[in-house]
Design a protein around this ligand. Structure first.
Ligand code: ADP
Length: 470
């Protein structure tokens, strides 16, 4: 067919721009470890903010009692209650309720937003207590507050909002302690509850991972966006001299979506995506690896193919529209294992209004999805190994450093998020690349473990840790 070769060339060029050879991945690993170092040395020392969480001890399964959590980080917010039975019995029960946040409150006042949240929480608490036979209505209840926006933390239970993201613009809340805002609203609403822990969603994931497995040292989220946190030695946190904790460690929220390195394989499609985004020059790593963007990178390549060839006939107008190809649809095309790629054909026809695409061209579409996702997953894997390298768990310090009492030390990384949980090709490429970079022997002692709902349950667990210990 006419110009078929041009379409293949577009793919080949893109593929070449996306190479993630083992050598390249090792450079990304090193760059991640170096940037972590720089971000810990001084504020503004790196694109990685490396925010302190003040969490120095993680839940371990001994927590007992009833705790609440509030998870605010997107268009919905969730309220939860968990009952913990202590060692051996773990989580006895959990109740969750999800509520959308009315649009006007996302752009209104701090008082309006927190009042709405406090009232919703109060209704939830009352309903739970009605169902509960052993209610103790007068006791002060304890809450973990997951607040997934950049916060400059002052203690485990307080922190100042640096800026809103994700469509929120409650301007008078910027610069305020969001935990105090919530507590004031709860008091006004007549709810006897205090915030025992204010945490980022990655920190919640780490807490849940650690609750199940004490060898868990880091947590990563791959959802609409991406972020990671890990346990750092306090004496390595140079920007905060004299920081003392009981454990000698502290959880650091990396805000790794903003990571950047010249070793990242970047194509003209990535540059265009960045330039057309509202946060140009920001979140460079996130734009190559997270669920919000993968579909759109693929769309840009397909659009170029449509412009340079006639493989999509005349119907490719929709490919010019940003974000029309969402990542779950891209995943469905990528994972179509029918011999005639029926699902690819259906999605092209129904979601993109490109009918009658030949089997040969459908195969090209699958190839594009594969290149985008393989690159994303392998770079994400390099990021994870970068964290392990920073804390001496990547095996590079020699065998001795990786052993305790003669046995190799286990290292667990908790992972969460819709992209990792639902996109099996992403997950497989990522797991495979972690093993490839680490090498077989070291990889045997590194476990990647999926957790679920860490951002909610993890905050309740941290509320338990920080209300009973001290
Ligand atoms: P959050 O929006 O808080 O990150 P999730 O962790 O559930 O929530 O992640 C949702 C994201 O995961 C979606 O925006 C999408 O990019 C991605 N995702 C969800 N389902 C799939 C899927 N089946 N295939 C690929 N990506 C998916």
């Amino acid at each position: 067919r006419r110009k078929w070769r041009r379409a293949v060339e577009v793919l080949r060029e893109f593929e070449e721009g996306c190479v993630t050879s083992i050598g390249r991945l090792r450079q990304v690993v090193d760059a991640m470890a170096v940037e972590m170092h720089a971000g810990l040395a001084s504020d503004g020392g790196s694109k990685l903010k490396m925010l302190l969480s003040f969490i120095d001890s993680l839940p371990n399964g001994n927590e007992i009692g009833t705790y609440y959590a509030l998870d605010l980080g997107g268009t919905n917010f969730r309220v939860l209650r968990v009952q913990l039975g202590g060692r051996g019995s773990m989580i006895l029960s959990r109740q969750v309720e999800c509520r959308p946040i009315p649009q006007e409150l996302m752009n209104g006042t701090s008082e309006g937003l927190f009042h709405f949240i406090a009232v919703t929480l109060k209704q939830f608490v009352e309903q739970q207590e009605d169902d509960d036979s052993e209610k103790k209505p007068d006791e002060k209840k304890v809450l973990g507050f997951t607040f997934s926006f950049p916060v400059r933390q002052m203690s485990v239970s307080s922190g100042i909002l640096i800026k809103w993201t994700k469509g929120f613009s409650v301007e008078d809340a910027v610069g305020k302690d969001v935990a105090r805002c919530l507590e004031e609203a709860m008091t006004k609403a007549g709810l006897n509850m205090r915030v025992a822990a204010l945490v980022n969603d990655t920190v919640g994931t780490l807490a849940l991972g650690h609750y199940y497995d004490e060898d868990t040292v880091a947590a990563v989220i791959f959802g609409t966006g991406t972020n990671a946190c890990y346990v750092e030695r306090t004496d390595a946190i140079i920007k905060c001299q004299g920081l003392l904790t009981n454990s000698g460690g502290m959880v650091v929220n990396m805000e790794w979506g903003n990571f950047w390195s010249s070793h990242l394989p970047r194509t003209s499609y990535d540059i265009a995506l960045d330039e057309e985004s509202p946060n140009c020059n920001d979140q460079g790593f996130e734009k190559m690896i997270s669920g919000m963007y993968l579909g759109d990178i693929a769309r840009r390549v397909l659009y170029r193919m449509a412009q340079e060839s006639d493989i999509f006939g005349d119907g490719a107008y929709n490919l010019s529209m940003c974000f029309i190809l969402r990542t779950p649809l891209m995943a469905a095309m990528h994972e179509d294992d029918s011999p005639d790629l029926r699902e690819v054909g259906r999605i092209l026809t129904e979601s993109l209004q490109i009918p009658d695409v030949s089997l040969k061209a459908r195969r090209l579409v699958v190839r594009v999805c594969d290149v985008v996702t393989r690159r994303a997953a392998r770079l994400a894997a390099a990021g994870i190994v970068g964290i392990l390298k920073k804390i001496g768990r990547d095996g590079s310090g020699g065998v001795a450093s990786g052993r305790t009492k003669g046995r190799p030390r286990r290292t667990v990384v908790a992972i969460e998020g819709g992209l990792y949980a639902n996109y099996s090709m992403f997950r497989e490429y990522l797991n495979e690349a972690v093993a490839e970079i680490l090498g077989e022997e070291v990889a045997q002692n590194v476990v990647i473990r999926v957790t679920e709902d860490g951002s909610g349950i993890g905050a309740a667990l941290l509320a338990a840790t920080y209300s009973s210990n001290r």
